[in-house]
Design a protein around this ligand. Structure first.
Ligand code: PDD
Length: 302
């Protein structure tokens, strides 16, 4: 039998062997996509930027009128137990929280028993070659959810908007598809945030009000660029600006900083990973090393 990617999964407060890890068929996450999630990258057994991910999990919960009954220390302990059970070193870890069981007509205040599932699996990195030669992206005809309808800033477990954009990708060999908003501005990729370096050498990224997930890697890159003296513009970004950019890249916890060197069949800049992108990637990887070196699991008070 093929070995399972996550031999042990945490459900609630218990770790189960993969096939015994179960949630109810009446779970609202299953029935309505009524839940939230986070994906963290694990380096040497350490969850990178854990506090930031737990913070965003809480923000997503709040935006969906969900109350999380666990402290950050309790959540950290659940993560730690899952990583230990799976002996994860280089991995990705997903925290899923659903609103639990309940009728579709129930009000959020009547549903205070969220279900938590944590799974860790080995990390399969994109080919290292992608970081040198860059990847190709396309622009989707599917628009990103409107913030007034379902704010993309909420990391909801309902991924249909992103998945439809992925299913509709037109070109084989395209790594990511970029979704415009209803105004025709670029927002983000189906699973990543977008950056470009413009003709003046400034770092440009779609602003929060373009309707995006506020990526943790995105924030890291913005802070890093600003401290290193690079001008950063968070603004409305049009597709033409991407075509005319000197460099572009996408970010996500599981991708780090991945150069984008083609939009459909058009090269960006001179068609290879740019120097600003590669310098940011190197500093990011140094930041990861510093983080794991200084990381301590929080004390738990039983
Ligand atoms: N996706 N935008 C979208 C729509 C995403 O799904 C993600 C992450 C990002 C990047 O966010 P961060 O830097 O915090 O990882 C942006 C993860 C990898 C996922 O869905 O598993």
């Amino acid at each position: 039998m093929k070995s399972l990617p996550s031999p042990y999964i945490l459900v609630g407060d218990e770790i189960f062997p993969h096939h015994e890890a179960k949630v109810s068929a009446s779970d609202r996450g299953f029935l309505y996509g009524d839940g939230i999630y986070e994906t963290l990258r694990i380096y040497q057994g350490i969850p990178f930027e854990m506090e930031e991910h737990l913070g965003r999990l809480r923000e997503s919960a709040e935006a969906l009128y969900m109350v999380l009954p666990w402290s950050d220390e309790e959540l950290a302990r659940k993560i730690q137990r899952t990583l230990e059970a799976n002996e994860t070193q280089e991995g990705r870890l997903r925290i899923t929280v659903t609103r639990g069981e309940g009728d579709v007509r129930a009000r959020p205040e009547d549903l205070r028993n969220p279900v938590i599932v944590i799974r860790a699996q080995p990390y399969e990195p994109p080919a290292e070659d992608f970081y040198l030669r860059g990847v190709s992206v396309e622009i989707s005809e599917r628009i990103r959810n409107l913030p007034d309808a379902l704010d993309p800033a909420i990391k909801s477990g309902n991924l249909l908007n992103n998945l439809l954009a992925r299913f509709e990708m037109r070109n084989e060999g395209t790594f990511e598809t970029l979704l415009p908003n209803a105004r025709g501005e670029l927002t983000e990729g189906s699973l990543s945030n977008l950056f470009l370096v413009d003709g003046k050498g400034r770092l440009v990224t779609p602003s929060a009000d373009s309707g995006i997930l506020l990526g943790i890697t995105r924030k890291w890159v913005i802070d890093l660029a600003r401290t290193s003296g690079l001008e950063v513009l968070e603004k409305a970004v049009l597709a033409e600006e991407l075509y005319e950019a000197q460099e572009a890249f996408i970010t996500a916890s599981t991708l780090e900083i991945l150069p984008v060197t083609r939009v459909e069949d058009k090269p960006i800049g001179n068609g290879v990973a740019g120097s600003v992108t590669l310098a940011l990637l190197e500093t990011y990887r140094q930041g990861v090393r510093d983080y794991i070196e200084s990381f301590d699991w929080p004390e738990t008070h039983a």
